[in-house]
Design a protein around this ligand. Structure first.
Ligand SMILES: NC(=O)c1ccc[n+]([C@@H]2O[C@H](COP(=O)([O-])OP(=O)(O)OC[C@H]3O[C@@H](n4cnc5c(N)ncnc54)[C@H](O)[C@@H]3O)[C@@H](O)[C@H]2O)c1
Length: 282
């Protein structure tokens, strides 16, 4: 296997994934549609790694060596050449992702792993956009990628055993803990968390309990490090609402039907920390 990883998309997740791979010793190329997006992504990585030098966590030599292994391009075919794995982290849009997987399938030799960081889409459906669907797999990272240990390894209907093994191995080398999961809506974490989000919102909507009390109860009674309403405010109430809507559409299960509270909060722009008010005021 080569020691090169290509990441498609230089946004929040793509730059985080590029960072953990380059810090783990791989050569990394980030592909995006505009040089400005690539500069922003690489700039974020530089900031993060620069702070590690300031804090004495890595040496200046290591810092320079890491950044020497990192580059970006708007030419996807050139960017993915000789990569062992390509990780797609573009916008959550099915047609866009299918188009990219079709292109990657034609640019990359048959043994190259094609991974998607999608949160909501079916890996089997993305694999359908390729001729060689055995090498398509999900690697679902969590934000902020450099800090969160988990990667859900999403196994599509056609993903080969060899690709699962190689992907797990690479994710471990990136310092992550990979957990294999079936290609079901929400995988494990979102499937579970969305139920918690919805229940909390319904309790507030039905005047059963207030956000602060729900959070205190979970922290003191279940040892949660954060309350569920605090998590929603941090992630964005609109993002939570979208995740529930998409799970409800995919499963048809009433338990995922978004609480009416979400629509009210979104229309009032109470989206959480980013708008100064959500379940709490900031
Ligand atoms: N943000 C999160 O917390 C989070 C967590 C887990 C998974 N995800 C998933 O990760 C993916 C990326 O999310 P994000 O938050 O990083 O998005 P983002 O909007 O921050 O970044 C997406 C990037 O993709 C680039 N892009 C768009 N079209 C492209 C193309 N054709 N070729 C190359 N680059 C292209 C954009 O220019 C942008 O820089 C999505 O599928 C999302 O669902 C996000």
């Amino acid at each position: 296997m080569s020691e090169k990883i290509a990441v498609i998309g230089a946004g929040t997740m793509g730059s985080g994934i590029a960072q953990i791979a380059v810090e783990a010793g791989f050569e990394v190329v980030i592909v995006d549609t505009d040089d400005a997006f690539i500069e922003r992504g690489i700039g974020n990585i530089k900031k993060f790694i620069g702070k590690k030098v300031e804090k004495g966590k890595i040496s200046r030599e290591d810092h320079d060596a890491i950044l020497k292994r990192l580059s970006g391009t708007t030419d996807m075919a050139a960017g993915v050449a000789d990569a062992a794995m390509v990780v797609e982290a573009v916008f959550e849009n099915l047609d866009l992702k299918k188009d990219i997987f079709g292109k990657l399938d034609s640019y990359c030799p048959a043994d190259v792993i094609l991974a998607s960081n999608t949160s909501t889409m079916s890996i089997s459906e993305l694999a359908g956009a390729t001729a060689n669907s055995g090498r398509v797999i999900g690697t679902h990272y969590f934000s902020p990628v450099p800090l969160m240990k988990l990667v859900e390894i999403v196994v599509g209907d056609t993903t080969s055993g060899e690709i699962i093994e190689k992907t797990m191995e690479l994710c471990k080398r990136f310092g992550k803990v990979p957990i294999a999961v079936k290609d079901v809506p929400g995988f494990i974490v979102n499937r579970y968390l969305c139920l918690m989000y919805n229940e909390a919102a319904n309790m507030i909507y039905n005047s059963v309990a207030q956000a602060q009390d729900i959070d205190s109860a979970l922290k003191l009674g279940c040892n949660w490090p954060m309350g569920v309403c605090q998590i929603m405010d941090m992630a964005g109430v609109d993002i939570t609402y979208n995740a529930l809507q998409s799970l409800y559409a995919m499963t048809g299960e009433e338990r995922y039907k978004p609480s009416p509270l979400f629509q009210t909060m979104v229309s009032e722009k109470k989206l959480g920390q980013k708008t100064g008010e959500g379940f709490y005021k900031y």
